[in-house]
Design a protein around this ligand. Structure first.
Ligand SMILES: *Cc1c(COP(=O)(O)O)cnc(C)c1O
Length: 396
C-alpha cells in the first residue's frame, strides 16, 4: 500500500510539533521554532495561553456537549457578546470557517427567497478568493488548484476581479443576491481591498437591496488591529463569517448577521450537531476576554506598525529576494520576487515558521501576543536567513 494513513492532501513539511509554549513550537526531537504562522492565523493568543487553557479545562469538566435541541445559556451569552461588539443582531455557531461561509451563503439566498425573490440566488465573488473547501466555497473562487477535478461546481457564483469596483457593479443582474468577499484576502496573498471598493459595494447593496457578505475568517478577531476588519474600513456588511482566531485554536466559527439579513433563517432551515457547544463557547469567551479590549487592539496596531517598519527597513538589504511589505495590523505579507514556498521551507530549517500564499507572498501571521523581543528575534533571523539563502535556479 502506497497511500499514507493520513490522506495525502497536504504537502507536509518535516516540522512535527508536539508542544507549544507562547510564541514557540517544539518538535519531536525538541527542535524549537519561532511561530509566526500561528496555525494560519488561529493561535492568536499563542500556545498554551493560561486563560484559554483553563477555560477549556474547566468547561470540559463541567459540560462539554449538549444538543442544539436544548436551550444554550453558553451560546446565548457569547452570541450576545458578539452582537454587542459588532454590526450583528444574531449569530449561528459552527465548527470551522467553511461552515460559517456555508451559513453565510445560505442566509444570503434565503433572504431573497423570503422576500419572494427566489431567483436572486447568485453571489458575485472575487478572483483569488479563498472561502474554504466545501463545494459551495470552492465554487465561489477561480483558483484552479481548488476546483480542478471537482466538477460540477455549484451554480450561483460569478467570479470577477478583486478590488475592481466597475467589474463588480457590471456583474449585477436580476439574479444577483449579493457580494461575497474577504475585506483583506489572506490565502490569495494578503491583499487589502481598497476603501473605495468596499464602500462602492456597500452603496450598490443599498441601492439594489443586495447582501454584502464579508469573509473575515482570516482577517477577523483582532488580526487587523480592530476586532473585525470591516471596522477598520468603516464599511458594514449584512452577513459575516468568522472563525480561525475566534477559538484561539479550539475549532469553531460563527456566522453573524443583521436581523434583516437573517429574515429567512427560521426554524428548521439550518443546523449543526456540534455548533455552539458549551466547550466551544468557553473557548470563544476566553479569547474575547483578552482581545475584545481597546488597549489590546491598540497594542496589535502598534506591534503591527513595528513589525512592518522593521521588515521595510530590512528589505532593501535583500532586494534580490524581497519586493515589498503589505497588509494591515498583524496580518502582514512580504511580496517576494519569485515563488515564496521554497523560501518558507528554507526558513523552517532555520527555526522560523511563516506561511506561503498566492501572488509570491510569504505571510507573517504571528500570535497577537508577541512582544518587541519576538519582533526583533524574527526580523534578525529572517534577515540572516535571507543573506544565506540561494534562490533555486528554477525560481530565479
Ligand atoms: C481558512 C479560511 C477559510 C476556511 O476555514 P476552515 O476553518 O479551514 O474551513 C475560509 N475563508 C478564509 C478567508 C480563510 O482564510
Amino acid at each position: 500500500m502506497a497511500i499514507t494513513p493520513l490522506m495525502p492532501v497536504y504537502p507536509r513539511s518535516p516540522v512535527r510539533p508536539v508542544r507549544g509554549e507562547g510564541v514557540y513550537l517544539y518538535g519531536e526531537q525538541g527542535e524549537k521554532y519561532l511561530d509566526f504562522a500561528a496555525g494560519i492565523a488561529v493561535n492568536i493568543l499563542g500556545h498554551g495561553h493560561p486563560h484559554l487553557t483553563k477555560a477549556i479545562q474547566d468547561q470540559a469538566a463541567t459540560l462539554m456537549h449538549v444538543s442544539n435541541l436544548y436551550g444554550s445559556p453558553q451560546g446565548e451569552a457569547f452570541a450576545k457578546r458578539l452582537c454587542d461588539l459588532t454590526f450583528a443582531d444574531t449569530v449561528f455557531f459552527t465548527n470551522s470557517g467553511v461552515e460559517a461561509i456555508e451559513c453565510a451563503i445560505k442566509t444570503a439566498r434565503r433572504y431573497h427567497y423570503a422576500k419572494g425573490n427566489p431567483h436572486k440566488h447568485d453571489l458575485i465573488s472575487f478572483s483569488n478568493a479563498f472561502h474554504g473547501r466545501s463545494m459551495a466555497a470552492v465554487s465561489a473562487t477561480d483558483q484552479a488548484k481548488m476546483i480542478d477535478g471537482f466538477a460540477p461546481l455549484l451554480p450561483g457564483f460569478k467570479v470577477v476581479p478583486f478590488d475592481d469596483l466597475d467589474a463588480a457593479l457590471a456583474a449585477i443582474d436580476d439574479n444577483t443576491a449579493g457580494f461575497l468577499l474577504e475585506p483583506i484576502q489572506g490565502e490569495g496573498g494578503i491583499r487589502p481591498a481598497s476603501h473605495e471598493f468596499l464602500a462602492g459595494l456597500r452603496a450598490a447593496c443599498d441601492e439594489h437591496d443586495l447582501m454584502l457578505v464579508f469573509d473575515e475568517v482570516q482577517c477577523g478577531v483582532a488580526r487587523s488591529g480592530q476586532l473585525y476588519a470591516y471596522q477598520h474600513y468603516g464599511v458594514t456588511p449584512d452577513i459575516m463569517a468568522s472563525a480561525k482566531g475566534i477559538g484561539g485554536g479550539f475549532p469553531m466559527g460563527a456566522c453573524l448577521a443583521r436581523e434583516k439579513a437573517a429574515a429567512g433563517m427560521v426554524i428548521g432551515t439550518h443546523g449543526s450537531t456540534y455548533g455552539g457547544n458549551p466547550l466551544a463557547m468557553a473557548a470563544g469567551q476566553a479569547v474575547f476576554d483578552i482581545v475584545a479590549d481597546e488597549e489590546f487592539l491598540a497594542e496589535v496596531r502598534q506591534k503591527g506598525e513595528r513589525l512592518r517598519s522593521a521588515l521595510e527597513q530590512m528589505i532593501p538589504n535583500h532586494d534580490h529576494l524581497f519586493d515589498s511589505v503589505r497588509g494591515v495590523g498583524l496580518m502582514l505579507g512580504i511580496k517576494m520576487k519569485s515563488e515564496s514556498r521554497a523560501f518558507v521551507n528554507y526558513l523552517r530549517t532555520r527555526g522560523l515558521l511563516t506561511v506561503a500564499a498566492g501572488d509570491n507572498v510569504m505571510r507573517v501571521l504571528p500570535p497577537l501576543t508577541i512582544t518587541e523581543e519576538h519582533i526583533r528575534e524574527f526580523v534578525e533571523a529572517l534577515s540572516a536567513a535571507a543573506a544565506e539563502y540561494e534562490v533555486p535556479a528554477a525560481a530565479a
